[in-house]
Design a protein around this ligand. Structure first.
Ligand code: C2E
Ligand code: MG
Ligand code: MG
Length: 740
C-alpha cells in the first residue's frame, strides 16, 4: 500500500515536471501554413485513454488527440476533431468530411478500395497480454489469445510475428474476459494504454497485465490519396518530427496515470456489494425497528385507552363497559357454573361524603372494592357502575357463601368508619338476581343489573340495610342444583344412592321376565329424592355418567349374586342420552362389566330413551349396533313419548320397544289412544321386534294389552320399584282378581 502510494506520488510528480512546461509551450514549426488552416480529423471515441470524450467538456480527448493536436499545430494547422460515425475506420476514410482519419498502423485500402496515404508514426503503442491471475500461461507457441474484433489490424501483425498463436476475435471486452475466465483462451491481447484504463474496472481486478510487450503498433493518421491529403500529410509529418520522446511519454503518462474509468452501477455493486447489502440490511432493520417501535407505542396507547375505558380510575375494578365485556366472556365459557348478579349501594353515602369529606367517601369505596376483589376468583367480576353503586358477578354458592360474604365483605364495609374510631355506620343495600340458563346465552348484562337494582330498591325503600332476591324461586332452584352437584360424590361413596328394581311380567303366564333398575337417592336433608329431582341436573352438569356407571356396577353385582344363587335374571339399565353424546365407550364399559361379574351379555338390557335417537341419530345407531353385535339387548325406552317417527323405526334396529302407556292413554281421546296402542303392538311385532308396555296401572289396561298380543308388561298394577332384597323374593305375579 505504501509502495503503491509512493509510486503514484512519483508518477504525478513526473507528470507535473514533464507535462506542464510543455503544454504551455507549443512549438510551431511554420512550414508555409502560417494562416492556421483548419483540418478535420475523424477519430474513434471508444478507446480510452487514447480516444474518448471528456465528460465535462464533451470534446474528444486522449493521448491520440494530444499527439495529433501537437503535431498538427506544429505543422501550422488548427485541428478540429470529430467522432467518426462509421462502423470502421476503413469506412470513415471514404467520408470526405474528414481531412484525416486515425489511427492506422500502416497504409491500407479504404472500404471502397481506394489507396490511402498514412502519416509518419506518432508513437509506438505496445501491445501486452492480460491473463487470469490464477492461470499459468502456456508457452507462446501454443498460446490461444483473445482480441477485440476492432483490432483486426493488430491481429494480422500478431499472426505474422507469432505464427503458432491461435487468435479468437470477440466483439466486446466483457465477452473476451468471459472466455478468458472459462479457459477458452489463455490470454487477452490489447494496447497496454487501453489496458491501463480497462483494468480499472473493479470486476477485472483479478486480471494481470504481463510485464512485457508482445509487439508495438504504429500510430498514424491516414487519408485517401489525393493532392490535398498528400499536402496535409507532408506538412503533418513535419509536425510529427517535432514530437520528442519526452513529450510522447508525458502525453502517455498524463492519461495512463489518471483514474479515467467511471464506475457503472454494476461496478459499484461488485466493488461495494457487501457494504451495500449490509447498508440495505441495516436500513431495512432500521425500518422494521421503527415500525415495531411505532406499533408498540400505538399498542401501548391503545391499551392505555382501553384500560381507561374498561376500568374505574378510583377503585381499579371494572367500569360498566369493561364489566359487560368480561361478564359476557365468563358466561359464554362457563355454562355449568351457577351465577348470581349482585347490585350494591350505600344508602347513606351522601351523608358520609358530607360529614367525612369526599376523601373519606373515596377511601371507603376503595376499601370496599379491595375487600370484594379479595374474595373473587378469576371467573367472577366486579364493577363500579357509578358513585357508590357496584355490581358483582358472583358464583352462586348457596346460603353458606352468602353468610361468608356478609361476614368478610359487608360487615367489614359496614364497620369501616367505626374501626377508624368514627361513629358513622355504613348502610348497605343489595339486590340479587340469580341467573337463568337463558342468561348464559343472551348475556344481557344491563337487564340483569336492572333486575338486581329492582330487588335492591325494595330494601332501600323500606329498610336501612340488607338484601333481597329478584327471583327467589330461581335462587331456591339454584340452591337445589348446587346441593345435588356438591352432594353426589358424597352420596355415591356413602351408599345413599340405591338401585331399586321394578319387575317386568309376562301377563299370560305370570312369570317375572326381568326388571328395570331405577335409582333412588336417600338424601340426608331432603329425604327420598325421585330421579326427576336430580337426573336432569346431573345431565346438565355433566355428572350423569358418574351416577349411571355406579348404577350399572351395582346391577351387575346383584346379577352376579343371583346367578350364584341359581337365579338367572335379566335387568334393564337406563343409559342417559348424555352418555352417548359424550362418546363414552359404552361397549367397552359393558363388556368389562360382564367380564368382571361373569355374566352373559343378554342379562343386561340397555335402555336408550327414544328422545336420544332424535338427538344424534347416526352416533346412536352406531352405538346400538355395536352393543347388539356383542350380544347385549338394546331397548328403545319411552316409545310414544313424542319423538316417535316411523322413519326412525325403519332405520333403527333394537331388540325391544318399550311402549309407555301413560303417553298414549293419560290424556285426550282415550279411545283413539287404545286404537293406536293396538296398532303399534301389531306393527312392532311385524317389524320383528319384541314389545313391552310400561306404566300399566290397572287390570283393565293389562287385559286390553293382552288382547292386542302384548303380554309383556311393567307397571304399578304388577309391582312398584323395590329394593333388591325384596325383588329377590318375588318369583311370579299373582293377579289380584278382585281389583278392577
Ligand atoms: P323410565 O326409564 O321410563 O322409568 C320408568 C319410570 O316410570 C320410573 O320412574 C318408574 O318408577 C315409573 N313407573 C313405573 N310404572 C309406573 C306406573 O304404573 N305408573 C307411573 N305413574 N309410573 C310408573 P322413576 O323411577 O321416577 O324414573 C324416572 C326416570 O328417571 C326413568 O324413566 C329414567 O328415565 C330415569 N332414571 C331412573 N333411574 C335412572 C338411572 O339410573 N339412570 C338414568 N340415566 N336414568 C334413570
Ligand atoms: Mg327406563
Ligand atoms: Mg320409560
Amino acid at each position: 500500500m505504501k509502495d503503491f502510494r509512493y509510486r503514484r506520488f512519483l508518477t504525478v510528480l513526473l507528470s507535473i515536471v514533464l507535462v506542464l512546461p510543455l503544454i504551455n509551450m507549443p512549438v510551431y514549426a511554420m512550414n508555409g501554413n502560417d494562416e492556421g488552416e483548419t483540418i478535420i480529423v475523424g477519430v474513434p471515441a471508444d478507446r480510452c485513454p487514447i480516444f474518448y470524450i471528456d465528460e465535462d467538456t464533451g470534446e474528444n480527448t486522449g493521448i491520440g488527440i494530444d499527439l495529433m493536436r501537437y503535431a498538427a499545430e506544429n505543422a501550422g494547422y488548427t485541428v478540429e476533431f470529430k467522432t467518426i460515425e462509421e462502423d470502421t475506420l476503413k469506412d470513415a476514410l471514404d467520408n470526405e468530411t474528414y481531412d484525416l482519419v486515425m489511427p492506422f498502423g500502416s497504409a491500407i485500402l479504404s472500404a471502397s478500395g481506394q489507396q490511402i496515404l498514412v502519416s509518419d508514426n506518432m508513437i509506438k503503442t505496445p501491445f501486452t497480454l492480460v491473463t487470469d491471475s490464477d492461470r499459468k500461461m502456456p508457452p507462446l507457441g501454443s498460446l490461444k489469445v483473445g482480441m477485440l474484433s476492432s483490432l483486426r489490424g493488430g491481429a494480422d501483425t500478431v499472426k505474422q510475428l507469432y505464427p503458432g498463436i491461435e487468435i479468437k476475435m470477440f466483439d466486446t471486452m466483457s465477452e473476451c474476459v468471459l472466455e478468458l475466465r472459462s479457459g477458452e483462451v489463455d490470454a487477452l491481447l490489447h494496447n497496454s494504454y487501453v489496458w491501463s484504463y480497462i483494468l480499472q474496472k473493479p470486476g477485472y481486478s483479478d486480471l494481470v497485465m504481463q510485464p512485457y510487450a508482445m509487439f508495438s503498433m504504429d500510430f498514424r493518421a491516414g487519408a485517401v490519396d489525393t493532392p490535398k491529403s498528400r499536402e496535409i500529410i507532408e506538412n503533418l509529418n513535419r509536425g510529427i518530427a517535432t514530437i520528442s520522446d519526452t513529450r510522447r511519454q508525458a502525453f502517455v503518462l498524463d492519461y495512463t496515470s489518471r483514474p479515467l474509468y467511471h464506475y457503472s452501477f454494476s461496478d459499484y455493486i461488485y466493488k461495494y456489494g457487501l457494504i451495500i447489502i449490509f447498508a440495505i440490511f441495516l436500513f431495512i432493520l432500521l425500518i422494521i425497528i421503527t415500525i415495531q417501535r411505532y406499533r408498540g407505542i400505538r399498542r401501548e396507547q391503545k391499551e392505555k385507552m382501553e384500560h381507561l375505558i374498561d376500568y374505574d380510575l378510583l377503585t381499579g375494578v371494572y367500569s360498566m363497559t369493561g364489566f359487560r365485556k368480561r361478564v359476557t366472556e365468563i358466561l359464554h365459557s362457563n355454562y355449568d357454573i351457577p351465577y348470581m348478579l349482585v347490585f350494591v349501594n350505600i344508602k347513606n353515602f351522601k351523608f358520609i361524603n358530607d360529614s367525612l369529606g369526599r376523601n373519606g367517601g373515596d377511601d371507603l369505596l376503595r376499601f370496599w372494592a379491595d375487600k370484594t376483589m379479595a374474595t373473587l376468583s378469576d371467573k367472577e367480576a366486579m364493577c363500579r357502575i357509578e358513585a357508590d353503586r357496584f355490581a358483582v358477578l358472583r358464583r352462586s354458592g348457596g346460603e353458606k357463601q352468602l353468610l361468608s360474604d356478609e361476614h368478610d365483605v359487608i360487615d367489614a364495609v359496614r364497620n369501616y368508619f367505626i374501626n377508624l374510631d368514627k361513629e358513622n355506620r355504613v348502610q348497605i343495600c343489595g339486590g340479587i338476581y340469580v341467573l337463568t340458563p337463558d342468561d348464559y346465552i343472551n348475556a344481557d348484562i344491563d337487564k340483569m343489573i336492572d333486575y338486581a337494582r329492582v330487588a335492591e330498591k325494595k330494601v332501600h325503600d323500606i329498610r336501612s340495610d340488607g338484601y333481597e332476591f329478584y327471583n327467589p324461586e330461581q335462587w331456591e332452584k339454584g340452591k337445589h342444583i348446587a346441593e345435588v352437584i356438591n352432594q353426589l360424590p358424597v352420596a355415591l361413596k356413602a351408599g345413599d344412592i340405591q338401585v331399586w328394581y321394578q319387575p317386568q311380567v309376562d301377563y299370560d303366564s305370570g312369570k317375572i321376565t326381568g326388571a328395570e333398575a331405577l335409582c333412588r337417592w336417600k338424601h340426608n336433608e331432603l329425604g327420598w329424592l325421585p330421579p326427576s329431582g336430580f337426573i336432569p341436573i346431573l345431565e346438565d352438569s355433566g355428572l350423569i355418567y358418574n351416577l349411571d356407571s355406579y348404577v350399572w356396577d351395582k346391577v351387575c353385582q346383584d346379577l352376579h349374586r343371583w346367578n350364584q344363587q341359581g337365579m338367572h335374571r335379566y335387568v334393564s339399565v337406563n343409559v342417559s342420552r348424555c352418555d352417548i353424546r359424550d362418546d363414552r365407550d359404552l361397549c367397552k364399559h359393558f363388556r368389562d362389566l360382564i367380564k368382571t361379574y361373569d355374566l352373559t351379555p343378554d342379562q343386561l338390557r340397555i335402555e336408550v330413551t327414544e328422545s336420544a335417537f332424535a338427538e344424534d341419530f347416526d352416533l346412536l345407531i352406531q352405538t346400538t349396533d355395536k352393543l347388539r353385535t356383542y350380544g347385549f339387548k338394546v331397548e328403545m325406552d319411552d316409545f310414544g313419548s313424542g319423538y316417535s317417527s316411523l322413519h326412525m323405526l325403519k332405520e333403527v334396529m333394537v331388540d325391544r320397544i318399550k311402549l309407555d302407556l301413560r303417553f298414549l292413554t293419560d290424556a285426550g281421546d282415550r279411545k283413539k289412544g287404545r286404537i293406536i296402542v293396538g296398532y303399534i303392538i301389531r306393527m312392532i311385532k311385524a317389524l320383528g321386534m319384541d314389545i313391552i308396555t310400561e306404566g300399566v296401572e290397572t287390570e283393565k289396561q293389562a287385559e286390553f294389552l293382552r288382547g292386542k298380543g302384548g303380554s309383556e308388561m311393567q307397571g304399578y298394577y304388577f309391582f312398584k320399584p323395590m329394593p333388591a332384597e325384596e325383588f329377590e323374593k318375588i318369583k311370579s305375579f299373582e293377579p289380584k282378581r278382585n281389583e278392577s
